[in-house]
Design a protein around this ligand. Structure first.
Ligand SMILES: Cc1cc2nc3c(=O)[nH]c(=O)nc-3n(C[C@H](O)[C@H](O)[C@H](O)COP(=O)(O)OP(=O)(O)OC[C@H]3O[C@@H](n4cnc5c(N)ncnc54)[C@H](O)[C@@H]3O)c2cc1C
Length: 335
């Protein structure tokens, strides 16, 4: 069981900044995110795009913003449960929340801060019969740890940046065999990554099957083969240990929708005094909340996080007085 002061659901920019603001008040944080890395939309959707409306940064790449937020949070030693979705929430006899993930990791905290953005990014799954039987038995939709594929035969499907980047990465001495299957001739990804894939294919270091798509999976309990339907060559059966379809992720509010919170149009209603929800001890900040005048912007989420932790402190320590201290005066005293 992971115990903390504030359990943050969602490690996007707003969740990460909460760690810093909570840390200034000596409150510890632990973050859960369904994605394998921190950074939310900035890391998953647009890491290489410049953002122009972060105060004091005339221009910053979204991925660099995440790196800076991680650096800023570092003194406060946040814990992370990554690649797991917060699934259920209950209260124990000591008035603490128990949050369990889809993989069974249990967390306990007096305060919950939902910074779930647009919700969980669910993988777009291809319509292949029997696919669910092989999930976590050779079929994965997200590559969490490339080491998992060391020495293995891997088939990757997709034509975007994830498919291209992982093909290039795994072919570089990690997997024993890499096949990239894409249903078109052209790719959507970055031209440099496309060229690298084409070069690897020309050098015989990967197998590239364009104009084809995986239509079947087979194996005794564990994935052993995939069947590719090719435009001109017909059906090709490939022996493989893994199939990783990388067709993108689409956000869904997910399990949070069943947590008895007041929800309007897929967003959690909050009181703008402290961004509390209708359930005492649960707050919602960033893109996931709604109130009159709400703007889904990172800087608004930072403001919400700052006010929210003040209220959280008072809930945890009702008898302690909270005095606002400037960081210029007090410094950043980590744990
Ligand atoms: C292309 C693009 C460009 C943008 N440009 C700008 C810009 O220029 N300026 C600006 O201010 N904003 C911009 N935005 C919006 C900005 O990215 C969002 O406002 C910001 O990411 C919200 O941060 P967040 O922390 O609230 O949520 P998110 O970044 O969405 O992160 C939420 C995290 O919560 C996780 N999560 C959700 N539910 C669960 C669960 N049950 N269990 C575990 N994890 C969960 C998700 O996996 C996700 O990682 C842009 C957005 C896009 C898509």
């Amino acid at each position: 069981m992971i115990q903390t002061d504030i359990l943050i659901i969602g490690a996007g920019p707003c969740g990460l900044f909460t760690v810093f603001e909570a840390g200034l008040l000596k409150l510890r944080c632990h973050l859960i995110d369904a994605l394998p890395q921190a950074g939310g939309q900035c890391a998953e959707i647009y890491p290489k795009k410049p953002i122009y409306d972060i105060p004091a940064y005339p221009e910053i790449l979204a991925g660099d913003l995440v790196d800076q937020l991680m650096e800023q949070a570092k003194p406060f030693q946040p814990g992370f449960t990554l690649g797991e979705r917060a699934e259920t929430i209950v209260k124990d006899e000591e008035d603490q929340f128990i949050v369990t993930t889809n993989r069974g990791t249990v967390h306990r905290a007096p305060i919950i801060a939902i910074a779930g953005g647009l919700g969980c990014f669910e993988p777009r799954k291809p319509p292949v019969e029997g696919l669910a039987d092989y999930e976590d038995h050779g079929v994965e939709y997200i590559i969490k740890d490339p080491e998992f594929y060391r020495g293995k035969k891997v088939v990757i499907s997709g034509g975007g940046d994830s498919a291209l980047d992982w093909t290039n990465f795994l072919a570089d001495g990690v997997a024993s065999e890499v096949t990239l299957v894409h249903r078109r001739d052209g790719f959507r990804g970055h031209p440099d990554s496309v060229q690298k894939v084409l070069d690897l294919a020309a050098a015989g270091r990967i197998r590239l099957l364009t104009n084809g798509e995986v239509v079947g999976v087979g194996g005794e309990g564990q994935l052993e083969t995939v069947t590719v339907k090719h435009k001109t060559e017909g059906e090709i059966q490939l022996e493989t240990d893994h199939w990783v379809p990388l067709f993108g992720l689409s956000p869904k509010l997910g399990p949070i929708a069943d947590w008895n919170l007041n929800i309007t149009k897929n967003a959690i209603e909050v009181d703008t005094f402290d961004y509390s929800t209708n359930v005492e001890g649960i707050y919602a900040i960033g893109d996931i909340n709604t109130y009159p005048g709400k703007l889904k912007l990172i800087l608004c989420g930072f403001h919400e996080a700052t006010l929210m932790v003040q209220s959280a402190f008072k809930r945890i320590y009702p008898d302690k007085r909270l005095v606002l201290k400037y960081t210029t005066v007090n410094g950043v005293n980590g744990f």
